[in-house]
Design a protein. Sequence first.
Length: 166
Amino acid sequence: MDDQERARRRRVWTALSDLFLDTEVRQWMPRMAAEVLAVGYSDDEMRAIWSRELVPEFGPNLMQVAGEWTDLPYDEEGMVARAEGRRTPSGVVVAALAPSIEDQLELVLRIRRALAEAPPSSRDDILNGLEALLRSLLADEQPPTETLAGAVDAWLAEHTAAKPPR
């Protein structure tokens, strides 16, 4: 992996690692989506990075009784080795966690697709609107990500010219 690709990967690792913290961070999904859009990976590439690099590295934090709440350090060389196929991810970690948190990645990708379809001049308004929506939904409870996705789709349908991305 050359330095430029490593820098792109590092942006993704940093942007999405918060989804593995033992605290509520889903209100920041629009900003995560904007970073993913800026890096330029396709949905399929993002899913591969998620399952081969992010889940094996950060997933164990979600399996701890008292996981990290603020910042997750990571083994960059280990992440690069998995990205290059020199190290395989733990099948146990991926199998145990992937189904329970994959919906969070999918929501980030949905928001990314909506941002990509929007004129650049309206992206900040979309980001701010979606963050406000998610903060209000998460203020008093922790609804499932599926519920948040429905609210995001409805908001996008109302506030953008494009149909909500699927």
